[in-house]
Design a protein around this ligand. Structure first.
Ligand SMILES: *Cc1c(COP(=O)(O)O)cnc(C)c1O
Length: 382
């Protein structure tokens, strides 16, 4: 079987995890802050707050920005449901901005048109979550300019994009956003089994997220309202247990040392697909000039949408476990119950009808990749 994505675990990763298991701390020890610092340094950002998933990171990022009932959150329809659900967790209203058909990311022109309308209707969003779909950054400069003009805050959902770059900044630098979120699920670029991180240059936001990931509690002497003794801590917010374990942090940190080599390998695979698939009746991924994609996914768009199911099932039957990223979130029954319906975001819906994610992960061998392409040719009758 060839999966669409798969983790790469080295002997060094395994050794690191074993050492943690033999150490004093399985949680709340030195590994989590060490991983946070290492990834924040890699990204050129001041603070990293590690949590148990990107979903949790998105949730506490929204809360830290004050997203509340009555507020609005906008994101892309072409994303995993978590990018939208985080708004609902906070009691906010969620809406979507259609994608650009070239990059498959949130379209800044569609965003601007929606903002102009929302300004007239007094329904501007408090938070916008651009998603760096497949690992390629959104047009953050344009989105950040709109944030300034219309007064919203930005959380980058960079779950696909750790190791990628945008305009000479590492993704995660928060040069064009308030907070950036990464995922370390095993199919993503680096893994901690489950895990995520929120990065920010804003110390106040970082403090809030640190409290929210651990019950809303602080032990920081400088933040306590009184001092009853060395045992004393205070709850300041209604937080959660979203902590990352020491085992996860050690694995993530160990993986981080191979991040650049993972990205290089993903680029080689992508270039190989580009040439193997040239002249076939499908679109291969665009490369935007100011971007270095992390290439989490390699998505092809079939010219003939009516063949998508046949291609998917044909490859699956040959043990090639392709996938589709994503079913537009507004077409999920849960969202349709809120009033969303087909036809609202035509570029996203057109993308979805034609999209297939081909296998893409560092250990994908050239022969396996050749097999994927030849089976694809067969099923397309080429
Ligand atoms: C994977 C993913 C998430 C959720 O990540 P978890 O770590 O599994 O919670 C959120 N957004 C996007 C775009 C993702 O791909």
């Amino acid at each position: 079987m060839i999966p669409y994505g798969r983790q790469n675990i080295s002997d060094g990763d395994i050794q690191t995890v074993i050492e943690v298991l033999r150490s004093d701390f399985l949680t709340q020890g030195p590994q989590v802050p060490a991983f946070e610092k290492a990834l924040a340094d890699y990204c050129g950002v001041s603070h990293g707050v590690a949590v148990n998933s990107a979903t949790s990171a998105l949730h506490i990022a929204c809360l830290a920005l004050g997203l509340s009932p009555g507020d609005r959150l906008w994101t892309s329809p072409i994303t995993f449901v978590a990018s939208a659900n985080c708004g609902l967790f906070c009691g906010a209203t969620v809406d979507f901005v259609d994608i650009d058909p070239h990059s498959y990311n949130m379209c800044p022109k569609a965003l601007e048109a929606k903002l102009i309308k929302a300004q007239h209707e007094n329904t501007l969003p408090k938070v916008v979550i651009p998603v760096h779909h497949t690992g390629q950054a959104c047009d953050m400069q344009a989105i950040a300019a709109l944030a300034k003009k219309y007064g919203f805050r930005i959380i980058e959902d960079a779950s696909h994009a750790v190791g990628g770059r945008y305009r000479n900044h590492a993704i995660g630098s928060c040069e064009f956003s308030d907070i950036t979120v990464f995922s370390f699920h095993p199919v993503k670029i680096i893994t901690s089994a489950e895990g995520g991180m929120a990065l920010t240059n804003d110390q106040t936001l970082a403090h809030r997220m640190v409290e929210l990931r651990s019950h809303g509690i602080t032990r920081d002497r400088t933040r306590l309202t009184r001092d009853e003794g060395p045992w004393y801590y205070e709850q300041h917010n209604l937080g959660f247990n979203f902590r990352m374990t020491e085992i996860q942090a050690a694995l993530g940190h160990s993986q981080l040392s191979r991040l650049n080599s993972f990205i290089e390998r993903r680029h080689l695979i992508a270039h190989r697909y580009d040439s193997l698939l040239a002249d076939m009746p499908l679109d291969t991924p665009s490369r935007l000039p100011y971007n270095v994609s992390a290439f989490h996914l390699y998505v092809i768009l079939l010219h003939d949408a009516s063949k998508r199911r046949k291609v998917f099932e044909g490859l699956q039957a040959k043990g090639i476990c392709v996938n589709v990223h994503y079913i537009p979130v507004h077409r999920q029954p849960y969202y349709e119950h809120m009033g969303f319906h087909a036809g609202q975001f035509p570029a996203a819906e057109n993308y979805y009808r034609r999209a297939i994610s081909l296998p893409m992960y560092p250990d994908l061998a050239d022969e396996q990749q050749d097999r994927v392409v030849s089976e694809l040719k067969t099923v397309l009758d080429l």
